[in-house]
Design a binder for this molecule. Structure first.
Ligand code: IPM
Ligand code: MG
Length: 371
């Protein structure tokens, strides 16, 4: 298979984790006989520094002409500390989502038994936790009309949704539930917000088209609590843009490290894959960031282009590294491996270069020949 992949390395640790994802994609290409062609574009603080714009037109062009987009991370604290900055890295990402109509952000939340001890939860609470958040990504309060009065003393952000915007992502969420545990939870604030009441009405109507999926409704405040109390109850969570932003960060705590989680943003004009973590500028260039979120994003990319066997192999290899203690500093601050070592290890596993029988004592002593 031949595919064109647009790559946006981005800011902070974005380039180093994305390089490992590419390393893994190259291993997939050579093992399974595919050809991936990479073309690089700028976005975020890096793009502002080099071009003055957080998303140059050439990057949009490049993305529109690709089969999939791989993104590292964007953002820099020099802008975080200056809320008044007129040009900000995040504007690039929001504009890209809107330009490509990437309306569905899909964030699978997986837990790993070997990492339960890193979370603030009791292990028995994490048993059976495996759900996916479908977050609407191109509407709601993020993109509504914004105002700031001339005296600077009042401001507003409108939250608006149309039937079409709600239904297109709801269809994807229902279809995902059909492939999974057949349960969909709509998270809203229908006791207060008109937009939420529209979401609820439309999802209720659509339920008839998916009779095998059971649907329940939760107010967002309750959902935030349920995620921490009984996370195993969820299968597919469907929600609007802002609630999804907040709940997906909250849900990441269940995994043990923000560095492990991937995401896909799909829509009419393309598909973008990125780890959910930020640019973590303090770690940039140190080869210590966790590349697993980026590598699993590459697995979602492979799934999206129809290469599900390849995607499964990447996921299994990533899981193997975690289960066997090959982890980065965020997971084991005393005894850790570098970003690039984990990437190489996953790539080697994909090409069956790692023997089945490893000697744990060698791994303990870092004597293994595999690294
Ligand atoms: C995310 C991020 C973005 C968002 C920021 C960087 C604009 O938090 O992808 O979740 O709020 O959507
Ligand atoms: Mg967020």
């Amino acid at each position: 298979m031949e595919k064109k992949i647009a790559v946006i390395l981005g800011d902070g640790v974005g380039p180093e984790v994305t390089r490992q994802a590419i390393h893994v994609l190259n291993a997939v290409a050579s093992h399974f006989n595919h050809h991936f062609q990479y073309q690089y574009g700028l976005m975020g603080a890096d793009a502002i520094d080099k071009t003055g714009s957080p998303l140059p037109d050439e990057t949009i062009e490049l993305c529109l002409n690709s089969d999939a987009i791989l993104l590292g991370a964007i953002g820099h604290h020099r802008y975080d500390n200056d809320p008044g900055a007129k040009i900000r890295p995040e504007q690039g990402l929001l504009k890209l989502r809107k330009s490509l109509q990437l309306f569905a952000n899909i964030r699978p939340v997986t837990t790993y038994a070997s990492l339960h001890h890193l979370t603030p939860f009791k292990p028995r609470m994490l048993e059976g936790v495996d759900f996916v958040i479908f977050r609407e990504l191109t509407g709601g309060i993020y993109f509504g009309n914004k105002t700031l009065s001339a005296d600077g003393n009042s401001a507003s952000d409108d939250c608006a949704y149309t039937k079409e915007e709600i239904e297109r992502i709801a269809h994807l969420a229902f279809q995902a539930a059909q492939q999974r545990k057949k349960k969909l939870t709509l998270v809203d604030k229908a006791n207060v917000l008109e937009t939420s009441r529209l979401w609820r009405k439309l999802v209720r109507e659509m339920q008839q088209q998916y009779p095998d999926v059971s649907v329940d409704f939760l107010f967002v405040d309750n959902a935030a609590m349920q995620l921490m109390l009984h996370p195993a109850q969820f299968d597919v969570i469907l929600t609007e843009n802002m609630f999804g932003d907040i709940l997906s960060d909250e849900a990441s705590v269940l995994t043990g490290s923000l560095g492990l989680l991937p995401s896909a943003s799909i829509g009419n004009g393309g598909a973008l894959f990125e780890p959910i973590h930020g640019s973590y500028p303090q770690a940039a260039g140190k080869d210590i960031a966790n590349p697993i979120g980026a590598i699993l994003s590459a697995a979602l990319l492979l799934d999206h282009i129809g290469l599900s066997t390849e995607a499964a192999k990447v996921k299994a290899a990533a899981q193997w590294t975690l289960d066997n203690g090959f982890v980065t500093k965020d997971i084991d601050p005393m005894n850790f491996y570098f970003t690039s070592t984990i990437g190489e290890l996953v790539a080697d596993l994909i090409q069956d270069k790692i023997p089945n029988e490893l000697h744990p004592e060698n791994i303990e002593l870092r004597k293994s020949t595999i690294i």
